[in-house]
Design a protein around this ligand. Structure first.
Ligand code: TPP
Ligand code: MG
Length: 736
């Protein structure tokens, strides 16, 4: 044993020095750990490929070639502190954050115990709530705007810490909020996905708002078989994005873990300091074809593939460790053997794991905690008979009551933010402060005065980009905020369709209740406008009632709008709140404000008028038209119509429909959307199916012609269902 006085053996100083040596801040122990993670990642891919060939798993997509960049990001960021929106090549990232091969293999076999989705989502679609890895879907690029919203959520809670507190009586009871003042949101994508418009929308907002989002483009030169120069003008994404202000940019060799780590460390420091977003463009390789369903030899010659293979990050890291004397060959072999042994145990466990039982499929489409159909504390309007001055209280329009409800809810819940196109009073807030202007507050003025009352960080304009609105809202809601966003016209909802169909409604179900995104999307909808024409008059609600995971509400009057909007805002699920433009300021259905706690449960229809001879089932702007027709029918022919206003389309009130039709034995379903495949088609089918024995006449429908709404009012009238059309159909059905 050496004592203090012993002379040091030759070379000892050098050894000590080299033991302390770090590589871009990474110690030798960390580098060994890095190799263990990278090698594990590759071997999990290899095992999955084998299992797929043995038909023991059902899909495989690899992270091969992307291990160094993922590892580096994982080392530079903090699991459970920062937030992660990875993509399917991020196996090494997830391992670096703390996920295990078993977690991954359980997903591969589709086990009930798959912690990411309970057997609902393909393998490599990461979701780890404990690490803040947010549930991943498959559409390329749809995660990017959500990452922006997530970063906004963190920033919002940092400046509104009170809002993060739990609260009783609504979704907040079930939503834990966590945030860090210097957190970073990681989002990754491939070179191909940079062609998606949402990528550019996300860069734009992250740049403009100086958000701490770390964009990582893992450029392996191909999107399935399409090479990068076809995706990207000039073949290099770094060149195209260089003009965005406030960014820190890095373009790196993503097969070199140490250089990659250094680039990530610089970029993360920039984001944490609040300087703005970061962009890391990592050149990587894709040695295993796109997925097991692809054979790249069909479109890549051997020479090109060999050039890639020479840069394989696993071999490079191995060589590096040997060259630097960090591990010798024996050490490497030992490490690899350990990885293999551990992996074998994980594979055995995964193959033993029980699959989910089919009776679980309907779980977590909606919140298991808060049922919006159950009666709330106050379902009667709290309107005094007379105002303080003794005068009768003037009834208000639907527009007024929606505005008042938003105001009261914003006062009650600091997690609510409102954004969309033109929803602010004025983005240049100094104009408001100096009282130079009155303010706009929406093209229909539904959000008027809210920015003035609650500030520009709670009510603000978005860019003119609908996916931007819904994608960001989804990311914020995942963090526990309650975005109540506006789509200016239903006709323009389609750019947000990927978010509304494949993302927002699916966050809870596909993560097996690991994540949820309860938020409200308000949309001005419908025709009867006289001049609204094709692109300001559309309906189309059935497209959304056809999407499990999102409630759809469609009120016909002011009081229902107030009560249902409040339920929507307090709800633990996403809600599409459809507001008929024609009803905003209609005389029909005005009411005094019912007070700050008035709610209407979802899925409860309203019987507008009771009757015995015929049931009319409708909603929205057809309600006043059907009422007019029903009253005329009774006056002229003594036929008593029972008129049902559904108010809520998903869920809908089947009990009320069934009770009514089994009493009247005749049913007319009326809706403003085009007749074929419209919302009422489902109602009619159910009546025919389940109430056949009660019917004395066929189920009839009145709806719009199967064409878009035209500009000329004569044409519009002919296209949309009118009171006369309803009257005629009611009469025919009563006479049948
Ligand atoms: C919106 C959408 N369109 C098409 C696909 C089918 N698809 C899956 S991956 C992929 C290529 C992605 O290429 P890239 O972004 O470069 O990522 P890489 O797989 O090369 O890492 C395509 C076309 C999809 N998943 N989503
Ligand atoms: Mg690619």
């Amino acid at each position: 044993m050496a004592t203090k006085t012993d002379p040091k053996p030759a070379g000892a100083d050098e050894k000590i020095r080299s033991a302390d040596k770090t590589y871009e801040g990474l110690s030798r122990a960390q580098l060994i750990e890095a190799y263990r993670i990278m090698y594990t990642s590759r071997r999990v891919d290899d095992r999955e490929i084998l299992l797929k060939r043995q038909q023991k798993i059902f899909f495989q997509i690899s992270g091969a070639g992307h291990e160094a960049v993922g590892l580096a990001a994982g080392f530079a960021l903090k699991p459970g502190y920062d937030w992660f929106y990875p993509y399917y090549r991020d196996r090494a990232l997830c391992l670096a954050l703390g996920a295990t091969p078993l977690d991954m293999l359980l997903m591969g076999v589709g086990a009930a115990a798959d912690p990411q989705s309970g057997g609902r989502q393909m393998p490599s679609h990461w979701s780890f709530p404990q690490f803040n890895v947010v549930t991943q879907s498959s559409p390329t690029g749809s995660q990017i705007l959500q990452a922006v919203g997530c970063a906004e959520g963190g920033r919002y809670f940092a400046s509104h810490p009170r809002a993060a507190k739990k609260s009783e009586g609504d979704y907040r009871q079930f939503k834990d909020v966590k945030f860090q003042r210097d957190e970073v949101t990681y989002v990754s994508l491939g070179d191909g996905a940079t062609s998606e418009g949402e990528f550019w929308e996300a860069l734009n907002t992250a740049s403009n708002c100086k958000l701490p989002v770390l964009f990582v483009v893992q450029d392996n030169g191909y999107a399935i078989s399409v090479p990068v120069e076809v995706q990207t003008a000039g073949g290099n994404i770094s060149r195209l994005v260089a003009g965005f202000p406030n960014f820190h940019f890095e373009e790196i060799d993503g097969t070199d873990p140490v250089a990659s780590y250094a680039a990530f460390a610089r970029t993360v420091a920039y984001c944490r300091a609040g300087e703005g977003p970061g962009f890391v463009h990592a050149h990587v390789i894709r040695p295993y074809s796109h997925s097991l369903s692809d054979d790249e030899r069909l479109y890549r010659p051997d020479a090109e593939r060999e050039r890639d293979a020479a840069r394989d990050p696993i071999t490079r890291m191995q060589m590096f460790l040997i060259r630097e004397g960090i591990l010798d060959e024996k050490g490497i072999n030992k490490l690899e053997k350990q990885v293999e042994d551990d992996l074998q145990i994980a594979v055995d466990q995964a193959l033993e794991a029980a699959p989910p039982t089919p009776d679980t499929i309907m779980q977590f489409i909606y919140s298991p905690d808060l049922d919006p159909t159950s009666s709330a504390p106050q379902t009667e309007p709290a309107t005094p008979a007379l105002a303080a001055d003794g005068k009768k209280i003037a009834p208000k329009t639907m527009a007024d009551l929606i505005n008042a409800t938003l105001r009261d809810e914003m006062r009650r819940d600091e997690r609510i933010v409102i954004f969309g196109e033109d929803v602010a009073d004025a983005s240049r807030e100094q104009y408001l402060e100096e009282k130079l202007i009155k303010g706009k507050g929406g093209v229909f003025k539904l959000t008027y005065g809210l920015q003035h009352d609650f500030g520009s960080d709670r009510v603000f304009n978005s860019p003119l980009a609908e996916a931007n609105i819904v994608g960001r809202a989804t990311g914020m809601a995942t963090r526990g905020m309650k975005p109540v966003v506006e789509i200016q016209f239903f006709d323009y909802i389609w750019p947000a369709m990927m978010q509304l169909r494949d993302e927002l409604p699916l966050i809870r179900w596909r993560s097996n209740n690991g994540f949820s995104s309860p938020c409200v999307v308000r949309v001005a909808i419908g025709g009867y406008l006289t001049g609204g024409a094709i692109y300001h008059s559309q309906c189309g609600e059935s497209i959304f009632t056809h999407t499990p995971g999102i409630h759809v509400v469609f009120p016909s009057n002011a009081l229902d709008a107030a009560g249902l909007l409040r339920t929507a805002i307090r709800c633990d699920d996403p809600v599409l709140f459809l507001e008929h433009k024609r009803l905003y300021r209609e005389t029909f259905g005005r009411a005094p404000y019912p007070g700050p706690d008035y709610t209407i449960p979802f899925g409860k229809a309203k019987i507008v008028q009771a009757g015995t001879d015929l049931t009319v089932i409708t909603y929205g702007a057809v309600v006043p038209r059907a009422l007019q027709a029903a009253q005329k029918l009774e006056r002229e022919h003594g036929v008593k119509v029972e008129l049902i206003d559904l108010r809520c389309l998903n869920p809908f009130d089947w009990e009320t429909i069934a009770a009514s039709v089994s009493k009247t034995n005749r049913a007319l379903v009326a809706y403003e959307d085009t007749l074929s495949w419209g919302y009422g088609a489902e109602i009619a089918a159910r009546i025919a199916d389940q109430l056949f024995d009660d019917l004395d006449a066929p189920v009839r429908r009145v709806a719009a012609k199967d064409v878009f709404v035209a500009y000329q009012p004569i044409l519009e009238d002919a296209i949309l269902p009118q009171a006369e059309d309803l009257l005629r159909a009611m009469k025919e059905l009563a006479d049948y």
